[in-house]
Design a binder for this molecule. Structure first.
Ligand SMILES: Nc1ncnc2c1ncn2[C@@H]1O[C@H](COP(=O)(O)OP(=O)(O)O)[C@@H](O)[C@H]1O
Ligand SMILES: [Mg+2]
Length: 602
């Protein structure tokens, strides 16, 4: 996991490395709307702490007065008071628990929502450099860490802090002398904890790294177990693993030894201070300078103080982890989409005509800045016209579609839609004019009908059936067990490539947009189905602007305008006959394809 986050940030923010708590401040805007809840939780927290702090006083009352004969009838009163305090404390604690947990759940739900919604607005570049698993782990694991902190650790820490301060104050109130003595003992106890604590922490990080190494190694070997066996390297692998295990054993023992020394020191020092203070207290009680009840009260406060401080030191780690998680989430939230809407977007004419114009466009992908995917590319497609783009793979055909979608903006030149520079438009409003069938159609887990309806969410069943018929999908869909309601697996794994393509075509047909982009839309179809789909597509193309990328030239032969692309530039343009007559790249491609077909036919 640690490596994954390196990948996203490119910085040194490992999953466990960040020590500062300041990133937690980024949660402020998420917590701020719930001020009232926080205030209520704070009140409950203070009340519960106050009730806890009252307990030792009540205990002193019971001891000092409850057990002496003259006060015997009072004992009921003291116990009753104690009972009331306990019940009150219970209710106040439960209230705090509920409110704070609610806050944690609420804040995490908001953070998840915000991050997901932001991720959806990001440009392809983000997804090229960030792995999906990384984003998902941030949405789930990191937000859960935040929930722990907001929903429990933070309030626990606050409670411990209040209790620690309260206990300390009450210790001084109860017996300034004993409290003073204890405070002198504190550095004695803290010094070894601080000294050894850091070393233990470092050693435990080291031993955790060793364990991670070991399991990574085991994973690698087991995944390749057949190769290991095939090369009869079992003994070697056993030795490698054995050494790794021994390594992690040694580092675990080193840590344990340090811990043992620290435990011995801390227990004897704490015990020494406690015994010393008790001794002094007992002497006071014997001298009648203090009652037995007061001594008990003092000891109870000391115990509360010790446990609060102990809790605080353990919570530190939680807070650090949550700070790291927050930092990683904020990093996503601060990632700006490359493609944004200008403050005053130009409105596109309505209804759209579908005129497309590339003016001297040059473009490199951010991931490959040294390679020009398009160079000085100019193309005019008039409303209602159909143009084919052909060329060898890697020529830049799909890139033309990526730019038309405004997934990227070209570095040089402009792209106009209906005469408007598309970089001046609001991306979503502009994209509503496009319908695309991409090279690798995307099918979502869900029913066939849902997948087609993706083209236009308000389409009814008859619209869907009509679109499917035009895409030659109706027949195969009806043969599925549940027809249009058949659930296709994730990414459409239960469909063949050709079936997926026909669903995608039906989706584009349903979208009914003025500009239709077909990227090798029929490449996975057999000849029979392709003929059927071509008919549907021909109907669809009538009256709208279409750009067709085709690998099989047979499918675009009848188009009047064919644009030949090679290495990002237009090298020729014309009808099939013209281009064949001219010789050149197209003629070579055509000769290859049609001769092959003839050879196969013979
Ligand atoms: N996301 C990307 N990042 C970097 N380079 C890319 C990306 N997509 C495509 N390319 C490169 O851009 C060039 C044109 O690709 P593309 O438009 O997909 O070609 P075609 O669709 O004509 O086969 C190729 O050299 C390809 O390697
Ligand atoms: Mg392509």
């Amino acid at each position: 996991m640690a490596q994954d986050s390196h990948r996203l940030s490119g910085s040194d923010l490992g999953r466990e490395k960040s020590r500062k708590l300041s990133p937690l401040g980024a949660l402020k805007p998420f917590i701020a709307p719930y001020r009232a809840t926080i205030a209520a939780a704070g009140v409950a927290l203070v009340l519960a702490a106050a009730a806890t702090l009252v307990m030792p006083v009540a205990v002193r009352g019971v001891i000092d007065h409850g057990f002496s004969t003259e006060d015997a009838r009072n004992i009921g009163r003291y116990f009753f008071a104690l009972m009331a305090v306990v019940v009150f404390m219970g209710f106040a604690s439960a209230t705090r628990f509920y409110l704070v947990s609610w806050l944690g759940e609420r804040v995490v739900a908001d953070v998840r929502d915000k991050v997901f919604s932001h991720v959806l607005s990001l440009s392809p570049r983000f997804f090229e450099t960030t792995r999906t698993g990384e984003v998902l782990s941030r949405l789930t694991a990191d937000t859960t860490l935040i929930q722990t902190v907001v929903g429990s650790s933070a309030s626990f820490a606050l409670r411990s802090l209040v209790m620690a301060i309260g206990s300390l104050v009450m210790m001084f109130v109860t017996s300034p002398k004993l409290a003073g003595l204890s405070v002198i003992g504190v550095p004695l106890v803290l010094a070894p904890i601080i000294l050894f604590g850091r070393r233990v922490r470092n050693l435990s990080r080291e031993s955790q790294d060793r364990i991670a190494d070991t399991s990574a190694m085991a994973g690698e070997i087991i995944n390749a177990v057949q190769t290991v066996q095939a090369f009869t390297h079992e003994d070697r692998s056993r030795k490698i693993f054995h050494d790794a295990v021994e390594d992690s054993f040694r580092s675990a023992i080193k840590r344990t030894r340090m811990r043992a020394v620290m435990t011995a020191l801390v227990i004897s020092l704490v015990g020494g201070v406690v015994v010393g203070v008790l001794w002094a207290g007992a002497a006071d009680v014997l001298d009648n300078a203090m009652t037995g009840g007061e001594l008990s009260q003092f000891i109870l406060y000391a115990v509360l103080l010790a446990s609060s401080v102990g809790a605080l030191s353990e919570l530190w780690g939680d807070l650090q982890r949550a700070a790291g998680a927050t930092e990683r989430l904020v990093e996503i939230l601060r990632t700006e989409p490359d493609i944004t809407s200008p403050a005053q977007p130009t409105l596109l004419p309505k209804p759209a005509k579908g005129a497309v114009r590339f003016e001297h466009v040059s473009f490199v992908y951010p991931a490959r800045p040294e390679h020009k995917a398009l160079r000085d590319f100019s193309l005019v497609v008039n409303p209602g016209e159909a143009v084919a783009l052909v060329g060898p793979s890697g020529a830049g055909k799909s890139t033309v579609f990526q730019l038309l979608h405004r997934f990227f903006d070209p570095q040089v030149g402009r792209i106009l839609f209906d005469g408007v520079d598309i970089t001046t438009t609001e991306p979503r409003a502009y994209r509503a004019n496009l319908a695309v069938v991409s090279q690798e159609p995307v099918i979502f887990a869900g029913s066939i009908a849902d997948n087609i309806r993706y083209g236009r969410l308000d389409a009814d069943d008859s619209d869907i059936a009509r679109a499917a018929e035009a895409a030659a999908a109706d027949e195969f869909v009806r043969q599925l067990p549940d027809g249009y309601n058949t659930i296709v697996g994730e990414r459409g794994v239960t469909l063949s490539g050709g079936q997926r393509q026909r669903i995608a075509i039906a989706r584009a047909i349903l979208r009914d947009a003025p500009l239709l982009l077909l990227d090798e839309a029929t490449s996975a179809l057999d000849a029979e189905n392709e003929r059927l789909v071509q008919q549907g597509l021909a109907n669809l193309m009538a009256g709208r602007t279409t750009i067709v990328i085709a690998h099989r030239l047979a499918t675009i032969q009848r188009l009047k305008r064919i644009v030949v692309l090679d290495q990002g530039s237009i090298v020729a343009e014309g009808s099939h006959a013209e281009l064949v007559n001219n010789g050149g790249l197209y003629a070579r491609l055509a000769a290859l394809q049609f001769n092959e077909a003839r050879a196969l036919a013979v």
